[in-house]
Design a protein around this ligand. Structure first.
Ligand code: GDP
Ligand code: MG
Length: 324
């Protein structure tokens, strides 16, 4: 009962745009507290307006520096911005996080900028789920833009591409084969390409390589109605934010001119439901007494895991047919 009342109170606060309520909702969701799901259900009708922007690229490319200058530029354009920084819990990357906080410090006193870190915590699919949930909370709070900055390693990049309406891919000169450094899948997925550290040697060569890749991509996809721009930035000197902000606005207008915006939001919601069903269904199956018996048999090598999985699934199918 109190759970319900607390959730309603927090949901009301989220929709009113209150920071404390938003922070509480995100924490509940991150902790898998059932009150989090109750809040999401209550605020869902207030979502669907925010422009969700992913920013990804290799570690050290300048994503945090770039996000910081982009937030400043978007504030000049009077947008309210939520930033989700995907925080690896690993001590090896802990230093970078401190750096991110310092870089974002100039926005901490701005009530129209809300910055949250999301822990990666390891679990497969967990990151995309928490990030998605947090983006919904920001959306319901009334932020115009939700900027999601990835760590730039592994699956989190792909997850962010799947979450966002617009993905910014950040590349830098001087990584040897620059384009190799940006994974092929991301080269396919990005809508805005930014070559940062344009003050560095090798910028021209990197620009040619990225340009060639984009040319090949355009040839391979003649039906694409959006031509991804290749933009120049020196984030450490606040150069390039205006053209990136222009490109974001142009891509949003492009999505809204057709059904692209709604389609991407819908795709994200479907992926989230599939995620939840996967997680819940597997957990429910593995709680069955039959699962414990089969796991024991598998660990004793009395039955192979494939047959055991098949038997568990077949058993649950029979049960649900019997119940129907
Ligand atoms: N020379 C140069 N350094 C930059 C530029 N942008 C960022 N940096 C530096 O690159 C380092 C990594 O930046 P950071 O934003 O933490 O990268 P992230 O790991 O992609 O978030 C920092 O020392 C920045 O000051 C740039 O345009 N030019
Ligand atoms: Mg960073």
């Amino acid at each position: 009962m109190t759970v319900g009342i607390a959730s309603v109170e927090i949901a009301t606060g989220v929709i009113a745009g209150r920071i404390a309520a938003g922070a509480r909702a995100i924490r509940w969701l991150d902790d898998r507290d059932p009150r989090g799901a109750a809040v999401l259900g209550a605020i869902y009708g207030a979502t669907g307006r925010a422009h969700i922007v992913g920013i990804t690229g290799p570690p050290g490319a300048g994503k945090s520096t770039l996000s910081d200058m982009l937030v400043a530029e978007l504030r000049r354009r009077n947008r309210r911005i939520g930033v989700i920084a995907i925080d690896p819990s690993s001590p090896f990357t802990g230093g970078a996080i401190l750096g991110d906080r310092v870089r974002m410090a100039r926005h901490t006193l701005d009530p129209h900028v809300f910055i949250r870190s999301i822990g990666t915590r390891g679990a497969a699919g967990g990151l995309s789920r928490s990030t998605h949930d947090a983006a919904l909370v920001f959306d319901a709070m009334g932020y115009d833009i939700v900027l999601i900055e990835t760590v730039g390693v592994g699956q989190d990049e792909i997850d962010v591409v799947n979450l966002a309406h617009t993905t910014i891919i950040v590349g830098v000169p001087g990584l040897g084969d620059e384009v190799q450094a940006v994974k092929a899948g991301l080269m396919e997925a990005g809508e805005i390409f930014v070559l940062n550290k344009a003050d560095r040697d090798g910028y021209e060569a990197a620009h040619r390589q990225f340009g060639l890749m984009l040319h090949l991509r355009a040839n391979a996809r003649p039906d694409d109605s959006w031509a991804p721009p290749l933009l120049r930035a020196v984030a450490s000197r606040d150069e390039g934010a205006d053209v990136i902000a222009d490109a974001l606005e142009a891509h949003l207008a492009h999505l809204k001119a057709g059904d692209g915006f709604a389609r991407r939001s819908g795709r994200r919601a479907c992926a989230q439901m599939v995620n939840l069903v996967h997680a819940r269904a597997a957990a429910a199956l593995l709680r069955l007494p039959e699962a414990t018996r089969l796991l024991d048999a598998v660990s004793a090598c009395e039955i192979d895991p494939y047959s055991a999985a098949e038997r568990l699934l077949a058993g649950s199918r029979n049960d649900s047919e019997g119940a129907a």
